[in-house]
Design a protein around this ligand. Structure first.
Ligand code: SAH
Ligand code: F3S
Length: 482
């Protein structure tokens, strides 16, 4: 469904360590992007101080929260179905249960949710989670409660998220919130507000804390991480108004990456998502300089056609994108690169689509996340353009690039066959309890016999076989990173 978060994690409910004395039970589940999963941890942390322990049993929950996604119509339909399920549970098992909607759908639909979905008691947008204690006391008194105010400052930098249901090895740390890009198809700028960056000091503190708790890999999260800019607080768009001192001491994304890499030299760092229009060569140089920054870049392009890129308000050309790819290949020869692609954007012709195909042939991405265009209410494309590509064409185009991507993924995985790769063990392989599963620096999944190794170890693995997306190997020893 969404990138970063595996499909089987969609809808996963969060379980945290039980705090003694907490009497109320919270069931919280998340849909959509990694940022939502990360936000749910912040929400659960806030509610842990309000007397809530998490539960995975819907039937026993006092409060059910669902963190929602609006990116495509299908994502919203999934959430509507979950609300039906909560309704049934409430009716049959637990009449006192309260239900709250968090995240992008809450922000998009606002009070409409309370009118449309009678089951919903609480609606909270992505910048209002600190108001949850107040909103809950409203709900406790029998009133519906809503806060969908978007903030210019909120980064939750001062909230230490508790992450106890994870593998204990990899974690997400958000570094920016919101997005100022206004890609014409995208609802995110409307649901997550203006772009703001988090204080680098609080990011480094969170990373140090994660390291001390045994975590070995952090993914820095933002809608557009390359646009990260800290100059003492404030919106990205107000940087021009900053003082000379603020400008001179500003921290950009390459600086932040370097600070992270230096703060924890044995921790692996990844980041997501990069936007070609803000991606700078100093980021590639920083990646090349530090071995603990993984050789992997998720660089969505959406289309290979200059005309469509322009209609999408993606502020770069096909040629400029190809130059970034060339620079990455020059400085980090084996770097893993992945894409997001949309087919069937309004006015897309067969010729435009063939440009997408040829761009994919040029890059031969390691992975890809491909979508049929879904018109989103309120976006510029919805207001100004007709959703005029027939469903059948969208489907056919999507199937074609999905197949092409499979071929390229297979080729890329094969390039690592009969080589030595460094794998961070994350968990047991889904297919075999005798094997570990982890990822290489390039983000390729690698499985190998467990032997004496354990979760969290960095292991050198000799690869001996592969499928399209998975390397199969044998451990030859701990890597120098241990
Ligand atoms: N910058 C964000 C993008 C979030 S949306 C990030 O952190 O990844 C994720 C992907 O969903 C986009 O890159 C785009 O390929 C796809 N997408 C966004 N809006 C869409 C729409 N209206 N229809 C189909 N796909 C869409
Ligand atoms: Fe959406 Fe474009 Fe921002 S895809 S999240 S508006 S970079």
């Amino acid at each position: 469904m969404e990138k970063i978060i595996d499909e089987n994690k969609q809808g996963e409910s969060l379980v945290l360590e039980q705090k003694e004395g907490n009497k109320r039970k919270l069931f919280i589940e998340s849909y959509g992007c990694a940022m939502n999963f990360s936000d749910s941890e912040i929400v659960a942390s806030i509610l842990a101080t309000e007397g809530f322990n998490t539960t995975q049993k819907l039937e026993e929950a006092d409060l059910v929260l669902v963190n929602t996604c609006s990116i495509r119509d299908k994502a919203e339909q999934t959430v509507r179905k979950r609300l039906e399920k909560y309704n049934a549970v409430k009716r049959d098992h637990n009449p006192k249960m309260k239900v709250g909607v968090l995240g992008c759908m809450a922000e998009r639909l606002k009070s409409k949710f309370l009118e449309e979905e009678k089951i919903v008691d609480l609606v909270v947008g992505p910048d209002a989670y600190k108001d949850l204690p107040n909103l809950l006391s409203e709900v406790d008194e029998g009133r519906d409660a809503i806060n969908v105010i978007l903030s210019k400052e909120e980064t939750y930098g001062d909230i230490a998220p508790v992450r106890l249901n994870t593998n204990g090895v990899t974690a997400f740390v958000s570094i920016t919130r919101g997005c100022d890009n206004m890609c014409t198809f995208c609802v995110v700028p409307f649901t997550r507000g203006r772009e703001r960056s988090r204080d680098p000091q609080s990011i480094i503190e969170e990373i140090n804390d994660l390291w001390n708790r045994g975590y070995k890999e952090v993914t820095l999260l933002g809608q557009n991480v390359d646009s990260y800019l800290w100059y003492g607080g404030g919106l990205k768009k107000d940087f021009e108004k900053a003082s000379d001192l603020q400008k001179a001491t500003a921290v950009n994304f390459a600086n932040l990456l370097e600070q992270c890499a230096k703060a924890q030299p044995k921790m692996r760092f990844r980041f997501s998502t990069s936007n070609p229009q803000d991606f700078t060569i100093d980021v590639i140089e920083t990646m090349a300089k530090y071995r603990n920054i993984c050789n992997y870049i998720h660089l969505p392009v959406q289309s290979g056609s200059d005309r469509i890129l322009k209609e999408m308000n993606r502020l770069h050309t096909r040629q400029e994108y190809m130059e970034i790819i060339d620079n990455i290949r020059r400085l980090i020869p084996n770097c893993g690169i992945s894409q997001d692609m949309i087919v069937g954007f309004p006015t897309e012709t067969e010729e435009d689509f063939e440009d997408t195909v040829s761009l994919m042939e040029y890059v031969k991405y390691h992975f890809g996340y491909m979508f049929a265009y879904s018109e989103r209410p309120g976006t510029l494309a919805e207001r100004k353009m007709e959703d005029d590509v027939p469903e059948a064409d969208k489907k056919r185009r999507l199937a074609k690039i999905v197949e092409l991507q499979q071929k390229h993924s297979g080729m890329r995985t094969k390039e690592h066959l009969n080589t030595m790769v460094e794998v961070l063990i994350e968990k047991e392989s889904k297919k075999s309890s005798d094997h570990w599963s982890g990822r290489t620096s390039e983000n390729i999944v690698c499985v190998f016999p467990k032997e004496h190794y354990k979760v969290g170890d960095f292991v050198n693995v000799k690869t001996i076989d592969c499928t399209t997306a998975t390397l199969i190997g044998e451990a030859v020893g701990y890597s120098e990173n241990n």
